[in-house]
Ligand binder design. Structure first.
Ligand code: ATP
Length: 582
């Protein structure tokens, strides 16, 4: 156990809970002991002191969505980047023996605890909603965090992907809100709970979960502000529908702060702030907006940070958002991997010009093996996503495409369809990397190096949710192999590259040929921007130009596309041999 960590060994939570939440527990005292004792093994850390300047390490982390960074073709301001959201420890809690069976279809129920929601000190209204949602037992992270959050503590929680973190922060936050006085017909009530999410899809999903839990809390409302529509439309919607709970992406929230009359006053009512995907929100892509938002809500509040990954830098800068005595709750047991054991992880290393054929081969086999296939292919940037989607569509696979260059209505439509359907392949940029809960994804393929280790884990986490099985494949070029060093503690094994079949190769080449030149040019430029900003690959510019040429050849181009001079200058690639300017 790390120094400074606090182990809760007793039932100390119970009296505090009872005081803060006056609902009668439905269980006798002896059962209550069973309820709180699991905490004895939970890793509940008292925050280590934040080191001044700890943000520097985080500042070094590069933006994930290089494509939306100002160095890209569509030269965007930082403001636009944020508006479009992204494409952009102590000792571990030991899963208890005897935790059995997940929900139907699950192969590993260890994400569920033994504690039932009806054993908790939550309001009857919330309990009824939880039961209607079909949740009976708490997940481990829910069990570990609920009592601490109900005590009013700030919490930084780490739990594996797909293990119910959304309910873990929403349920206690709603409990806190339900104890506040609310006037029923107030048109613009203060916002008491503010949930920040890095992407629009995730914000929408969190709002859906909140609505489920609010089913019987009739005086509480939830609204979403995420951009992708006119600001005035969201302003009207907020006026027409009173809400005390707001789920938002940072750029659009900042817009409302600056442009919506009365909005900043409403934010003065925030009692609970949640940063979902906290490590992402605290990295440099969002950090300034988040700081500004935090500065405009009361200091006296409770703050909850949740993520499946909590790098050390994030712990060091968590003082930006949380009180110094925050609790760190880590449900990933010590020595355990941050990924799920029921998800098989493989990687393949092959030259770029084989990547389309390999993808096609892997997908065809997967589709043939599993009639209920549901695949997500993650690509490095939005424009590369578009290209890959177009090539695979030409090959008559059942493809959908999602990234930040799509209109919000198209994104929502595809996202809803993919959530409900089977027999689909979603080609996605990092807009789907974090938090998005598509049920029953059978395979996640990552093409090219992810932005970092954390992004690899979150993308992989779109499969194997709620204890179900899944597969992951990382497809790398030989010069990307170094990335494996950053995930060497995870169980990733090498898979053999499928042997070349000349008829398949011809089929793929024809498909690539049919894709419009414009798509290839955009993909080339985006690809170059992405790898240029990669610390390892972007260091040697002439090598980068050579690799970019390999990429352009993989799209069937004899000569790499020219790039506008001003864009090359912005990328710092002026006069690099091998790169053509226009
Ligand atoms: N107690 C519960 N019992 C059964 N299912 C649950 C329970 N709590 C949440 N779920 C369901 O589990 C799924 C995953 O939850 P959620 O999306 O919150 O996971 P997460 O931990 O936030 O994942 P990620 O790290 O990818 O964001 C959702 O479909 C949610 O409805």
């Amino acid at each position: 156990m790390a120094s400074g960590d606090l182990l809760l060994r007793t039932h100390a939570g119970a009296p505090v809970l009872a005081r803060a939440f006056p609902y009668r527990l439905r269980v006798p005292a002896r059962r209550l002991r069973g309820l709180v004792s699991p905490l004895a093994t939970a890793k509940v850390g008292v925050a280590s002191r934040a080191r001044p300047g700890g943000g520097a390490a985080v500042q070094k982390r590069r933006r994930r969505d290089v494509e939306e960074s100002p160095s890209f073709s569509r030269v965007v301001t930082r403001r636009e980047v944020v508006d479009e959201d992204e494409d952009v420890e102590g000792e571990a809690r030991q899963p208890r023996a005897g935790t059995s069976g997940g929900e139907a279809g699950g192969v590993d129920g260890s994400y569920l605890s033994d504690t039932r929601f009806d054993q908790c000190a939550i309001s009857p209204l919330s309990l009824k909603a939880v039961e209607d949602a079909g949740y009976e037992r708490m997940t481990e992270v829910q069990e570990a965090t609920l009592p601490i959050i109900l005590q009013g503590k700030d919490v930084l929680a780490k739990a594996k992907t797909g293990t119910g973190k959304t309910v873990a922060f929403l349920l206690p936050a709603i409990e806190v809100l339900s104890t506040l006085p609310h006037q029923r017909n107030q048109l613009r009530p203060p916002i008491n709970l503010l949930v920040m999410c890095p992407t629009r899809e995730l914000a929408n999903q969190v709002a859906v979960e909140a609505r489920k839990l609010l089913k019987y809390h009739r005086s509480l409302g939830v609204q979403v502000v995420i951009g992708g529509t006119r600001l005035t439309q969201e302003q009207r919607s907020m006026q027409a529908n009173p809400c005390q709970i707001l789920v938002a992406t940072p750029g659009r929230l900042k817009d409302h702060l600056e442009n919506t009359p009365g909005f900043s006053t409403r934010l003065k009512g925030v009692k609970v702030l949640v940063l979902d995907e906290a490590d992402r929100l605290l990295d440099m892509g969002f950090r300034r907006d988040i700081e500004k938002i935090i500065a405009s809500i009361p200091r006296e509040r409770q703050t909850l940070l949740f993520s499946a990954t909590v790098p050390e830098e994030v712990r060091q800068i968590s003082h930006v958002a949380m009180k110094k005595d925050y609790r760190f709750i880590n449900t990933v047991k010590e020595g355990d991997e941050e990924t799920h054991s029921q998800v098989s992880q493989t990687y393949m290393v092959a030259p770029l010009d084989l990547h389309f054929s390999i993808l096609y081969d892997v997908l065809k086999k997967h589709v043939a093996e599993d009639a209920d296939y549901k695949v997500i292919i993650f690509c490095t940037t939005a424009m590369v996503t578009k290209l890959v989607a177009e090539v695979l569509s030409q090959l008559k696979l059942n493809i959908r495409e999602i990234h930040s260059r799509k209109s919000q209505s198209a994104r929502t439509k595809v996202s809803d369809e993919f959530r409900k359907s089977k027999g689909l392949i979603l080609v996605s940029s990092d807009v789907s990397a974090r938090g998005v809960d598509y049920p029953d994804v059978t395979l996640v393929i990552q093409v090219g190096i992810p932005a970092d280790r954390e992004q690899y884990i979150h993308r992989l986490g779109r499969t194997g949710r709620k204890g179900k099985e899944g597969q992951g494949l990382l497809l790398l070029a030989p010069w990307e192999k170094y990335f494996l060093g950053t995930v060497k503690d995870l169980s990733i094994s090498e898979a053999a590259v499928p042997s070349a079949d000349s008829s398949v190769e011809t089929e793929v080449k024809n498909a690539v040929r049919k894709v419009e030149m414009k798509s290839k040019e955009c993909a080339y430029q985006a690809w170059l921007g992405y790898y240029n900003s990669n610390k390892t690959i972007g260091r040697d510019k002439s090598r980068l130009a050579h690799l970019a040429e390999e990429f352009s050849q993989s799209m069937g181009l004899a000569v790499p596309p020219a790039i506008p001079r001003n864009i090359l200058r912005k990328m710092g690639l002026n006069n690099v041999p091998g790169l053509r300017s226009s």
